[in-house]
Design a protein around this ligand. Structure first.
Ligand SMILES: CC(=O)N[C@H]1[C@@H](OP(=O)(O)OP(=O)(O)OC[C@H]2O[C@@H](n3ccc(=O)[nH]c3=O)[C@H](O)[C@@H]2O)O[C@H](CO)[C@@H](O)[C@@H]1O[C@H](C)C(=O)N[C@@H](C)C(=O)N[C@H](CCC(=O)O)C(=O)O
Ligand SMILES: Nc1ncnc2c1ncn2[C@@H]1O[C@H](COP(=O)(O)OP(=O)(O)OP(=O)(O)O)[C@@H](O)[C@H]1O
Length: 487
């Protein structure tokens, strides 16, 4: 139980009806979760409006309502708080309710289009190896030191974030690495948190189904850096054309990393092969099992962050060489028949291009590259032809297939993709709606030394069709087919 007044600290309040000295049990923003003496925060969402459920919340026991517009008729005995922004109010209320857990550890936020999961997960691994108690809030999973929890979002809602951070406090966690998505920033999920550092990976075409324009998407990311406190660090990628923009208005201490441009943390790729990367980082040689030039950026960001967080440079170099790739991120194996199968989460044009270029830089001319790729339903349609264009231009064969069609007809998504294929590349492409069948066909087509890339789903273990999730694991399926095909 907490006093409502205390939970409202720092919330921008327009009007109060009733007493704020009442005891409330917990905070909820979903009327379906309301129990007796809870406070209900009404949020106007993308599908519906929480304000429609105020009456229901009261009927189910809510004792206080936080909303942007007061209902026409007010219930006796219920406290109403009119706020400027419910999402923001929720974020401050969550931090107050859980006693500001972000202030009791070093919280590092990683934002950008690609690389968030890789950078946060590797930082988690690195700090664990260095002997610390560590937390992780990522798309793949949430870790409270050694305890694993299922992730529902890249950046969960503010109540969930604070709940996990409080658990981390209770476990004695010193560092927490969290992914900060543009949806998360836009919906104020990270507001009221005290960050000790922010890392920018890169910015490319993504989420234009949600944000109105690229400029808005960029400014949302920038807002995260604008909000960092003075004693935090802001570490940005100078090889990305928006790297400087991120640092423009922040009061945090600014640091940079790059492969091509002048920066605080610099790297040069000395070797790039299927076994890993050899880098020269600020005059030291660094070996990593991670593959591909984009991972040189991730490694550099990790190196910089570890340095800024006080880890000793030599130890960091040693520990980085022990890091394992994140599940579903360039996860690969080589079959008995010497066919290489790679599963990668690349589901944006940029990420797909990176992965394909990485493979093409490593493979020889007589090794074929068969790519299996699809695009999600109910999401940004403009990336469909772009991804098909990239896949068909950079592979020897391509199979277009389904990737979480959701409420859409999968064949229509594939047709949208096919529009991006240039005429001279048509003969390389094939469309097989059923993803399992597409993987099987690729396995049958492949010969020794060929490479199969299955892009888009990475660590996901389901296929989402018409609101239902069916078991589906690219890595498991390709392994089984390649095993069956062994002669
Ligand atoms: C588009 C989007 O971001 N939606 C998020 C948003 O929900 P919403 O705005 O759609 O909510 P809504 O359904 O309109 O409902 C409005 C309000 O009414 C309430 N309600 C609703 C029904 C009811 O009976 N009673 C009730 O009180 C809801 O609890 C909500 O508070 O707020 C919810 C609570 O925080 C999120 O769970 C939800 O994420 C949905 C599930 C989602 O898919 N989000 C994705 C797009 C997302 O956030 N992705 C990013 C990463 C993307 C990436 O980088 O790939 C992420 O950080 O995960
Ligand atoms: N620094 C990078 N630059 C470009 N591409 C990258 C980078 N790091 C990873 N990728 C590619 O993007 C894919 C997604 O990587 P990762 O999961 O780390 O990104 P993310 O930002 O967490 O994306 P999401 O929020 O959608 O999970 C990887 O599988 C890889 O192909």
């Amino acid at each position: 139980m907490m006093i409502l007044k205390d939970i409202l600290y720092k919330v921008t309040i327009n009007a109060v009806v009733g007493s704020t000295s009442i005891s409330v049990n917990k905070i909820e923003f979903d009327s379906r979760q309301i129990k007796k003496n809870d406070v209900f925060v009404a949020i106007s969402g993308t599908i519906t409006d929480g304000h429609k459920f105020i009456e229901k919340a009261i009927a189910d026991g809510a004792i206080a309502i936080v909303c942007e517009t007061l209902p026409k008729s007010l219930e006796e005995g219920v406290t109403y708080i009119e706020v400027a922004n419910s999402n923001q109010a929720l974020a401050y209320m969550a931090a107050n309710y859980y006693q500001h857990p972000s202030e009791n550890l070093k919280l590092i936020g990683v934002t950008g289009t690609n690389g968030k999961t890789t950078v946060t997960s590797l930082l988690y691994q690195l700090f664990k190896k260095a002997g610390y108690k560590v937390g992780l809030l990522s798309t793949v999973k949430v870790m409270v030191d050694d305890k694993t929890f299922r992730a529902t979002h890249t950046t969960p809602d503010s109540l969930t974030i604070n709940k996990y951070l409080k658990m981390m406090n209770d476990e004695g966690v010193e560092f927490c690495f969290m992914e900060v998505s543009s949806h998360g920033i836009h919906q104020s999920r990270t507001e009221g948190l005290k960050f000790a550092g922010g890392i920018f990976t890169n910015l490319s075409h993504d989420h234009l189904d949600y944000h109105d324009s690229f400029a808005e998407y960029r400014d949302v990311k920038k807002a995260f850096f604008d909000g960092l406190p003075k004693d935090a660090f802001a570490l940005s990628n100078m090889d990305d054309k928006n790297g400087l923009v991120m640092l423009q208005n922040t009061v945090a201490k600014k640091y940079t990393y790059a492969l091509k441009n002048y920066s605080d943390y610099r790297a040069q790729i000395l070797e790039n092969e299927f076994g890993g990367l050899l880098l020269k980082v600020n005059d030291n040689e660094l070996w990593t099992r991670l593959i591909g030039s984009f991972n040189a950026y991730n490694i550099l960001a990790i190196y910089g962050a570890a340095d800024l967080l006080g880890l000793e440079s030599e130890e960091v170099l040693r520990l980085i060489s022990e890091l394992e790739n994140v599940s579903g991120r360039f996860q690969y194996f080589i079959s008995e028949e010497k066919i290489t199968a790679i599963v990668d989460y690349a589901h944006t044009p940029d990420a797909l291009k990176n992965v394909l270029e990485t493979i093409n830089n490593i493979r020889t001319k007589n090794e074929e590259l068969i790519t299996i790729v699809g695009c999600g339903g109910d999401r940004d349609k403009t990336k469909r032809p772009k991804m098909a264009h990239i896949a068909s231009a950079l592979s020897t064969k391509v199979i277009f297939t389904s990737d979480n069609p959701r409420s859409e007809v999968p064949e229509t998504i594939i047709e949208d993709m096919e529009k991006g294929v240039e005429p001279q590349n048509f003969k390389k492409t094939l469309s097989i709606t059923d993803r399992k069948q597409a993987i099987k066909t690729a396995c049958q087509m492949a010969e020794a030394k060929d490479i199969i890339l299955i892009a888009g789903k990475g660590h996901e273990t389901y296929q989402e069709i018409k609101g239902e999730r069916f078991d589906f694991d690219d890595y498991k399926i390709v392994r089984e087919f390649l095993k069956q095909l062994q002669k």
